[in-house]
Design a protein around this ligand. Sequence first.
Ligand code: 13P
Ligand code: SF4
Length: 363
Amino acid sequence: MSTEALLQQLYDTPETDLIEDIRRLRAELDGKVLILGHHYQREEVFAFADVSGDSLKLSQQAAKTHVPYIIFCGVHFMAETADILTADDQTVILPDPAAGCSMADMADSAQVAACWKELATVLDPDEHVTPVTYINSAATLKAFCGEHGGIVCTSSNAKRVMEWAWKQRGKILFFPDRHLGENTAVAMGVPDADMIVWDPDQPMGGNTPEAIKKARLILWNGFCSVHQLFRPEHVDTMRRAHPGIRISVHPECSRQVCDKADFIGSTEAIIRDVAAAPAGQAFAIGTELNLVNRLRLQHPDKPVYFLSPMVCMCSTMFRTDPQHLYASLKAIRGDGGELNRVVVPTGIKRWSKLALQRMLDLG
Ligand code: 13P
Ligand code: SF4
């Protein structure tokens, strides 16, 4: 049966039956399958995760597992990262191959190669610039970093990675998320005068040769459309309505939002922050809706509010539903549709693994 026909059949199945079927098949495949779930996954899928976490924790987990099949309930760059870090005889599956990341799509290898070439008209980038890619990027960009002395970072280790990168060379080219790079640099005390923004649609990124020579941090002009929905005025509204509230936000939010927050951290760090607070402490959280709703349920003694009045949900994370998860399990058993395997080509794997390994070696 084709995957489409199978999915159609599954959408006609009552969800309670489907959840029971997943449970049964999951138990049947025990020891063969590891299900990794990012914190932004919807509850019905998240409940099946053997390991849940932020991008760093999940990549560390992928690097140390030996099971033959890994089902990655997350988005494409996460499954690629898992494939890079696992052995060739392990299979990484993305239940819905269309689960991408709009931020990762904001930098491609042709644009980054063009940027490197333009920088070379001003200085030798291989001598003066460490490329740093956020893990939310294609494997080809991680490979670019591996090949050019660079490294990968996540939202939970960006500071440590940037310290490392500046020790290697005087400048950093940080892509694709401007905000993570900028917020981390601000927290490290880097002055505005040391940063420039690189707009890939403009010659020289929209900068003069003098500005490039002077800059210590070159920030690619990419962003997460979900986290851009949080605005500084939402922080003001929350503080007015709930005196004493703690504002916790993800570093993919704009600098104006982060400047007003009490706490900035990765999804894993936000979870720890809420857990560590005393009963009664109210929170307004600026990150994806599914995680905030889960925190509210897990901490009934701590009022948890969503920072924005708008619904900030990652539509690509939402693509992984119980139907796709069940179809993946059936494909592993050999009686379903396609596996939707994510395979990073060997040449790209070699260099991207080097960039990821440099990050993992930082601890
Ligand atoms: P972390 O879970 O690593 O904080 O990343 C958030 C995110 O945007 C995942 O795409
Ligand atoms: Fe990409 Fe933003 Fe979704 Fe994370 S939340 S996967 S950065 S679009």
